[in-house]
Design a protein around this ligand. Structure first.
Ligand code: SAM
Length: 243
């Protein structure tokens, strides 16, 4: 990784000069331009109440579940895969700072990293890394833990598989991978029937997570050990993989 890939929380995002191809994947520009890529997307969506509404009022619950699972104190190196709207990262960096640790946040879109930089306190122990989650320019076993918050449902199968395999590679043996994302709601959940057609149109790969367990895309997880917790009638899940 060259210096140009890295930006600290209080310095501008640099464009990659490492020669690695970090252009936005096609699924983002085709299906998610309105949510992340368009310059007005950040202006529109960066509102906690709106993200909470999109998650049917579950933002705080899911954010807290992810953070509790990562740990009350976060020494060492923590990886957050992809930026998120709302205050998850600011809270995470607070815990990391209190323990003398470091937080790295990877995202493939400079506009999202720029937005995140504006949300983080100056001097926060955070590095903003312009990379594709499926092709991390990061050393093996270099993180104690990693978080993927609502990223995998956006990715087509092959990209999802590569992302999981990359996260598995960069988290050290004994470390923890925490994933929060969509899942198949229980049969009695009204959103099982109402949400399905909407997801099919707006988030075309999300229904993959209704059909398979997330570890389906990470065969190594079966050996490593994992467990799952459901939320909100099963519409959301938290998966924990012990590396
Ligand atoms: C984590 S997801 C969804 C977050 C959720 N909707 C929220 O804001 O709470 C959105 C982020 O993932 C990033 N992203 C999507 N595909 C990526 C990839 N292949 N590599 C890195 N970042 C990616 C997007 O640029 C965007 O910033």
């Amino acid at each position: 990784m060259t210096q140009a890939d890295i930006s600290f929380a209080d310095r501008p995002i640099a464009k990659s000069q490492s020669g690695r191809n970090i252009k936005a994947p096609r699924y983002l520009t085709t299906h998610y331009w309105w949510a992340y890529v368009h310059p007005r997307a950040v202006w529109f969506f960066e509102r906690q109440w709106l993200v909470n509404l999109i998650l049917w009022g579950n933002y705080a619950r899911l954010r807290n579940a992810a953070m509790t699972e990562l740990g009350e104190v976060l020494p060492g190196a923590t990886l957050q895969m992809a930026c998120v709207y709302g205050d998850l990262t600011s809270r995470l960096v607070g815990r990391v700072a209190a323990a003398g640790g470091r937080l790295d946040i990877v995202d493939v879109l400079p506009i999202q990293l720029e937005n995140l930089r504006n949300k983080l306190p100056s001097g926060a122990p955070a590095r903003l890394l312009a990379m594709d989650s499926a092709d991390l320019n990061l050393p093996d076993a270099s993180y104690d833990r990693a978080l993927l918050f609502f990223l995998l449902h956006e990715q087509p199968g092959l990209h999802r598989e590569r992302t999981l395999s990359e996260v598995f590679r960069v988290v050290r043996p004994g470390g923890k991978i925490v994933i929060v994302d969509y899942a198949l709601p229980r049969w009695w959940h009204p959103l099982r029937y109402l949400w399905r057609p909407l997801l099919a149109v707006l988030e075309p790969f999300a229904l993959d997570l209704w059909r398979h367990e997330i570890v389906h895309w990470l065969p190594g997880a079966a050996r490593a050990g994992w467990h799952k917790q459901s939320f909100f009638g099963g519409l959301y899940q938290k998966i924990v993989i012990m590396r």
